[in-house]
Design a binder for this molecule. Sequence first.
Ligand code: 1PR
Length: 584
Amino acid sequence: MEATVAAPFSSFVTSTQNSSSSPCSLLLSRKNLGSVNLRFKSRLSVRASSTSDSVVTLLDYGAGNVRSIRNALRHLGFSIKDVQTPGDILNADRLIFPGVGAFAPAMDVLNKTGMGEALCTYIDNDRPFLGICLGLQLLFDSSEENGPVKGLGVIPGTVGRFDSSAGIRVPHIGWNALQVGKDSEILDDVGNRHVYFVHSYRAIPSNENKDWVSSTCHYGESFISSIRRGNVHAVQFHPEKSGEVGLSVLRRFLDPKSSSKQKPEEGKASKLAKRVIACLDVRTNDKGDLVVTKGDQYDVREQSNENEVRNLGKPVDLARQYYKDGADEISFLNITGFRDFPLGDLPMIHVLRYTSENVFVPLTVGGGIRDFTDATGRYYSSLEVAAEYFRSGADKISIGSDAVYAAEEFIKSGAKTGKSSLEQISRVYGNQAVVVSIDPRRVYVNDSDDVPYKVIRVTNPGPNGEEYAWYQCTVSGGREGRPIGAYELAKAVEELGAGEILLNCIDCDGQGKGFDTDLVKLISDSVGIPVIASSGAGTPEHFSEVFETTNASAALAAGIFHRKEVPIHSVKEHLLEKSIEVRM
Ligand code: 1PR
C-alpha cells in the first residue's frame, strides 16, 4: 500500500506563521504596481468562457476524505477534473474546494504550489467557487488553529476555536439549523432543515465581513455558516454529508439555471439535533461471507443452528436502507478487526467504497486500527490503516482496543508519547475524525472505596444488593478485561485527541431493555466531547429516556433496526413528540 493520503500534504508542512503576506494581499498589492500587475495578470489570467456544463474542477490537496464530495458530484451527473496546477484553477468553469485537515498545512500547500495565488485571482474575478468547511475558513485573514496562521485574506476576520467554557461540546458535530440571511440561492432549499457540521474552529460575523455572510448558525454563539458574494460561495457545513438537503445545495451551485423557484417544504430545525445512529457489526461468517451480525452481550453466535454467526443482512444493502430511513449516521464495526488485520480484510474497504457512492450521511468505521506487521514482515502504521479507511469513504474512524492500551500508558506515565494510533490519527486528520469506542462491563462493589477506579451509586442494585459499580474496560471485543475504568479511559482519550466517544455497555448489548443511563450520565458529564450512547435500545422510549436523563449527543442502536422491530422514523417521531429536536 502506498503511503497515507496525508503524505503529499504533510510533506509540504512547515510553519506558515512567519509569512508576512497572504496570497490575496499579495495580489492586491501587485494590483497597485502597474507593469508588475500586468505581468502578473497575464500569467494568472482567468478563462472567461465556459466549455463544459457537466465538468466540475476539484481542488483536492490530499488531506483526507474527499471521496464523499466526489461521489456526491457524480451522483448529480457531473464529472470531475482534478486540479494539478494553478493553471487548472484559473481555467475552471466551476471550482469546488473541499478543505479537509488542519488550517496551517493546508495554507502551506496553497502557498508553496502557487494555488493560493491562483485561488485569489479566480475569486477576485468572481468565478463560480464553492469552498467547504476548511475551504471556507481558508478564505479568512487568519486562523488560531495551531497559530496564528495567515489565510488567503479574501474575507476580513479570524477563525478561532469554539469556546467550550460556554458549556458546549467541542468539536461541534452533528446536524444543526441555519439562520439564512441575505439571498444565497444555493441555500434556497435548506429552509428550516438541518445540515451536517463537524468542526472545532469557526469564524464570527462582524461589521467588517457582514457583506459576505449569507447565513449563520448558533452553537453557544452565532458563527458564520456560509458566505456568498456574486458567484463566490463557501459553507462551513458539509453538503456532501447532509443528505438530500445537502445534495440540493450542491445542485444549485453547480447548475444555478436549474434551480426551481418553488418554495421548499418548511422544516422545524432550530438548533443542534440529537442524532440517531444505525450501527452495523460486520464480520465474515463461517461460510466466508461478509455479514452484518448482532450479538447478545457480544456473543454473535446462534444458540441453536450449529452455533453459526448470526446473519442479519449485507452491510452495503443495510446501510443504504438506513440512509433512506433517516439514519443521521452509519457506523460499521469490523468486530474481528482485533485479530484480522483490516487491510488484509479488504471486503471492509469495499463496503465503505460502495456505501459511500450513494449514502450521503457520515460514515464511521472501526475495528483493527493499530500498528501491524503482516506475515511477510511488512509494517503498517495505524495511520496507514486509517488513511485507507478515509480514502475509501469513511468520515470518522473508531478505535477500540488500541485506545485502551494508549490510555493505560498515558495514565501510568503521565506523559503523552504522541505515538499512539489515537494521537497520530487525530494530529493528521483532526480530532473530529477520531472516535474512541469503549466496551465496558459493569462490576458491582459494596463500597465506593473498594477499587481504585471511579465508582458510582447505581440505580438498580446488583445481584447481591450491591449499591455501587464501576465500569471495567475491555479489549478484543469484550474478551479481556483491563485494569482501567470507563471514566478513567474517557478522560484520558479526550486528552489524547479523541473527538467523540462511542459508549457501549456489554451488559446491555442486545438486551433491548434500555441504555445504561447511569454509565451514559457518568461519561457524558465527565468529558467535553460528544458522547454516543450505545447498547440496549429496545423501544423508542429508550431513546427519549437517554436524551432526557443524560448529556448524550447521539444514541446508537443495532438489533432493533436489523430485526425491523422499530423503524428509525418511529424513533424520531417519538423524540419529536417528546420535544427533543431531531433531523427529519
Ligand atoms: O478493538 O479497535 O479492533 O475495535 C473493535 C470494535 O468492534 C469495537 O468498537 C467493539 O465495540 C466492536 N466489537 C467487537 N466485538 C464485538 C461483538 O459484538 N462481539 N461489537 C463488537 C460491539 C457493540 C455495539 C452494538 C451496540 C448496539 N458492538 O456497536 O452495535 O451494543 O447493539 P444493540 O442496539 O443491539 O443493543 P478494535
